[in-house]
Design a protein around this ligand. Structure first.
Ligand code: SF4
Length: 95
């Protein structure tokens, strides 16, 4: 599995049922074709180039370091954290 890094991890979502969210993985082995909203969004904004790239997920390697910095700053604002708008947290075939 490939790794990427991010500058931030926790962010306030605009989705009405959500509060904060985090995406510690980019891509999803399920590769749903009905179509996947996350895939379309990531492709549209240039974070993913193709379907083949999407089904080879990348882990954000600095997730824990980012959370160590962000949780103390945001803990009084956060009611819940949604996993994950840009993957499925229970992908098969992934350790
Ligand atoms: S993120 Fe959800 S909809 Fe998209 S491919 Fe994975 S399981 Fe399917």
């Amino acid at each position: 599995m490939e790794y990427i890094t991010r500058k931030t991890m926790l962010y306030k979502t605009g989705v009405e049922y959500g509060d904060y969210t985090m995406n510690h993985v980019l891509g999803c082995t399920h590769g749903c074709k009905y179509p996947c909203y996350a895939f379309m969004l990531k492709k549209r904004f240039g974070q993913i180039k193709s379907y083949d790239e999407w089904i080879e997920p990348k882990i954000v390697s600095n997730t824990l370091e980012l959370l160590d910095k962000e949780i103390p700053r945001l803990k009084n604002k956060i009611q819940s954290v949604q996993l994950c708008f840009a993957t499925d947290p229970f992908m098969y075939g992934v350790e």
